[in-house]
Design a protein around this ligand. Structure first.
Ligand SMILES: [Zn+2]
Length: 434
């Protein structure tokens, strides 16, 4: 049987529900044909080694025996998540026309949707992430009392829960499907070390200037990231933090240790070994990474508490204070979501921004009402200055104000995560306090 037809049979007969089956196709499992520890599950794949010739077989429940699996490379597992297959309409639930898909998608669709919804299951032929799932459930969920109850297009709460639980079970497959490294991520590529040495040589004598070192690291990391994106690990090491911190220190350069008066540059990467002449700098870096991070985080946390204490008696009132002042700004598309529910002032009249009218203001210069300009006494704000979203709870001003402290905390935590890399940024105070 061809793998493609085999997979159709597996889905139609529900064999994918057996953990033993999933393990048998995603990895190499040992199977003793003469004295099996336990009987094979339907469609279980086994690699038979006959006089040195390896061949993939599967347990055919109709024959009650093993049968050959045609076209399966004995050097690899039977099915890898990225392998492509084309299925015809009706072969797989939810597939309504010839569809090219991957084994990974097929398995996820079967486990999350088909197992619970049978022929009502949709087929998502793309990345299945939280957003996609939320959209599906959001559109289809109906409770028992709803007019849609029993409608095949809709889901009951019980079905929804089963879909979710099935989805969680997929997490256990990560060790089989998620590569955690590849040869290219285990050592630095030669070209990047050559580039580093060239940049260091060109800037000799200027390396302990953080701006120079920042530029060098930026150049190196850009090239290194582009290189990583060509490797099998690209989907798993795309996190900026891994590349910028861990890999940077391990493979590129130890970076700069800033100190009053004299910055120390550790040119070598950890891969090349410790530069013992700079041992104090390594120690200082470790101490600052562990202590300073904790201290700055605590500092931000204290600011949050202080702001909550200072603002906890502020109330949001229903009456309009009638101010004609507000914060002038350009309502860019990026700000659209944030200003939904706010009031804009034009010709002395305040208008509430809602889903229906906000697009008229996007791209325009507007004046938005703000608690900073509210005329109510005791620091209170009216709901027009605070905005309708914030006024759903009349004591919400505290949580709004505490965001300033949270932002500071986040920024200090982020800065500590930078590790050996120096990032050149413009610090925008407006961003922190807006
Ligand atoms: Zn007001």
């Amino acid at each position: 049987m061809l793998i493609r037809d085999y997979l159709v049979a597996v889905i139609q007969n529900g064999a994918y529900k057996e953990r033993s089956w999933v393990l048998s196709v995603l990895s190499f499992t040992a199977y003793n044909f003469k004295h099996p520890l336990k009987p094979p599950v339907p469609y279980q794949a086994v690699r038979k080694d006959e006089k040195g010739t390896k061949v993939w077989m599967y347990y055919n429940p109709a024959l009650q025996d093993f049968d050959e699996l045609e076209g399966a490379d004995p050097n690899f597992p039977v099915a890898r998540p990225e392998d492509h297959y084309t299925f015809k309409a009706g072969e797989i639930p939810g597939i309504t026309e010839d569809t090219d898909t991957t084994f990974g998608r097929l398995l996820v669709n079967a486990v999350i949707f088909f197992d619970v919804l049978k022929e009502r299951a949709p087929y998502i032929n793309g990345e299945i992430n939280r957003k996609v799932l939320e959209k599906i459930y959001d559109q289809r969920l109906a409770d028992g009392a709803s007019e849609h109850a029993g409608d095949p297009k809709y889901l009951t709460v019980d079905e929804f829960k089963r879909c979710m639980n099935n989805g969680f079970s997929l997490g256990g497959l990560s060790p089989l499907c998620v590569p955690t490294a590849c040869p290219e991520t285990m050592y630095p590529p030669k070209f990047i070390i050559e580039l580093r040495d060239k940049l260091f040589a060109e800037n000799q004598g200027k390396l302990n200037d953080p701006a120079v070192m920042g530029m060098i690291q930026q150049t190196l990391l850009k090239e290194y990231r582009a290189y990583l994106m060509t490797t099998p690990s690209k989907k798993f090491f795309i996190f900026a933090k891994t590349i910028d911190d861990s890999f940077n220190k391990m493979f590129l350069t130890g970076g700069i240790e800033t100190a009053f008066g004299n910055n120390v540059v550790i040119q070598k990467s950890l891969y090349e070994g410790w530069d013992l002449k700079k041992f104090p700098a390594y120690v200082n870096k470790s101490v600052s990474a562990s202590f300073d991070r904790g201290a700055s985080t605590a500092d931000g946390g204290e600011k949050v508490k202080m702001l909550i204490r200072a603002t906890q008696n502020i109330l949001i009132q229903d009456e309009d204070c009638g101010t004609t002042l507000g914060v002038p700004l350009t309502l860019t598309p990026a700000l659209r979501h944030r200003y939904l529910g706010a009031y804009v002032i034009a010709d002395g009249v305040s208008t509430h921004l809602d889903q229906d009218n906000i697009d008229r203001y996007v791209g325009q210069d507007v004046v938005v009402r703000s608690p900073a300009f509210c005329k109510l006494s005791h620091g209170d704000s009216c709901k027009y200055c605070a905005g309708s979203h914030n006024s759903t709870n009349n004591k919400s001003m505290s949580s709004g104000a505490s965001k300033i402290g949270s932002k500071l905390m986040l920024l200090s935590m982020k800065s500590m995560h930078k590790g050996s890399r120096i990032t050149l940024v413009d610090y925008d105070l407006d961003e922190a306090f807006n």
